[in-house]
Design a protein around this ligand. Structure first.
Ligand code: ADP
Length: 159
């Protein structure tokens, strides 16, 4: 059976940790859809159109990865794309509680949905979009945490 998976997130911004997860998923599935959310409750740091194009540019070398935006319920987006598998990343035990709850809610919303968790290589386990936002806003160097295009964008963006 040809299998596709969706990797949803706010990607605000996409980091080397996300890319490690996507790289692992792209070697496991025929197709991976990276789904960039519009955050309805918290205004994002970076507008959705820019988060989308930064993800597209950072993932251009993965031929079986597509980047799409989505503004609906994730399970509805997955159904529309014909996908049953949701990928999420787990960095540490601290991610587990929220991710476990999210996976359970999505399964309640659509019992066919399966959430699969992927852990990153150790050097990525401390990277988070929120710390990248904080560091760059305070003038720190984020070059080791994000792709070069994201670094360039953010340095100009926070000026
Ligand atoms: P959300 O806003 O939905 O939590 P994120 O863009 O922050 O989305 O993250 C998307 C997914 O990637 C989440 O499952 C998150 O735990 C995971 N993730 C984020 N950073 C990393 C990282 N450095 N390594 C592995 N997984 C990560």
């Amino acid at each position: 059976m040809a299998q596709s998976a969706v990797y949803p997130g706010s990607f605000d911004p996409i980091t080397n940790g996300h890319i490690d997860i996507i790289s692992r998923a792209s070697s496991l599935f025929d197709k991976v859809i990276v789904a960039v959310t519009q955050n309805h409750y918290k205004p994002p740091f970076i507008p959705q159109a820019d988060r989308l194009s930064l993800a597209q540019e950072s993932l251009a070398t993965f031929s079986n990865v597509q980047v799409k935006s989505f503004d609906t319920l994730l399970v509805n987006f997955a159904k529309k794309e014909g996908v049953r598998i949701i990928i999420r990343g787990l960095r540490a035990v601290s991610d587990f509680e929220y991710e476990f709850q999210l996976a359970g809610m999505n399964k309640k919303l659509d019992s066919h949905i399966e959430t699969l968790f992927i852990t990153p290589a150790e050097q990525y386990s401390n990277i988070s979009s929120s710390l990248v936002r904080e560091i760059v806003s305070l003038g720190g160097d984020i070059a080791n945490f994000v792709p070069a295009g994201v670094n360039d964008f953010l340095k100009k963006y926070v000026k």
